[in-house]
Structures are given as structure tokens and as C-alpha cells.
Ligand binder design. Sequence first.
Ligand code: THU
Length: 144
Amino acid sequence: MSVSENRERPTEDGLIGIALEAMKTAYAPYSGFLVGAALETEDGKIYTGRNIENASYGATVCAERTAFFRAVGEGERNFRRIAVVGGKGGEITSFSWPCGICRQVMREFCGDDFEILTFDGNSVASAKLKDLLPSPFSKDILEP
Ligand code: THU
């Protein structure tokens, strides 16, 4: 995987900060693991997301997907990057790379170069979608 870290500008240009703010309204009473996301469209709009858990655990939705579903529901189709942060009780101590289901949802709307940023409390790491989800199952295969 090709991941780069940036210790010089730890919160990038605000996208990580917006994800940290979004994390504060996560609903995670079962795991206690709060996650926030900030999704940027190609034209610079930002949609936030946070994880929303459920007593029926499988009904939980991750922060990345709540951001994508809000944005797609508003008609957005073109995305540049997403910032994701998470930690137990909201304390950020490690990078929060998106889970496999979220990577698959990203692939539905984003190309190889869509960028994923995450933060461990000190530095920002980034990776491209093609490196987080190689050999994807994507919509092309369903075309006649
Ligand atoms: N979670 C996310 O929000 N995003 C991910 O990519 C991985 C996991 C959430 C789901 C659940 O509420 C909690 O983190 C613990 O798995």
C-alpha cells in the first residue's frame, strides 16, 4: 500500500479538523468508538458524517457511509477526497482507515485517485482508493 504521512501540516487544510468536529456527534453507545468523516466534492463542498450505531449491531452505519449517503442523496456525484478520524471515547491515538464496506461504497462513486486522509493525533496519512481497494468489483462488470 502506498501511504504518505505529513507531519508538517498535521490537519491538512481543515478537512481533518472538520472530521474531528463531526466526530463529536457520533452515536456510538455500544462500541464507544467515535468516528467522524468529512467528504469533499470536486467543486469544494463538504459533507460530514459520523458513525451511527444500533442495538441490532448489524444496523450500524460507519461515518464514511453516512457522509457519502448524505452527499449522494443531495445529488452529488463527483468527489475529491475524504478525511476520517476515530478513537475510543473520541481520543485519537491511531489512524482510522475505512473498513472494507466503506471502501466498496467509495468505489461506487469514486475513481482510482480518490484520496483518503486520516489522522493519528500527530500526523496525517493519505492513500489513494486504488491502493486501499485493489482489484475492485465495480459497476463496469454489470454493463451489458
Ligand atoms: N466505524 C466507522 O465509522 N468507520 C469505519 O471505517 C470502521 C468502523 C465505526 C463502526 C462502529 O460504530 C465503530 O466504528 C466500531 O466498529
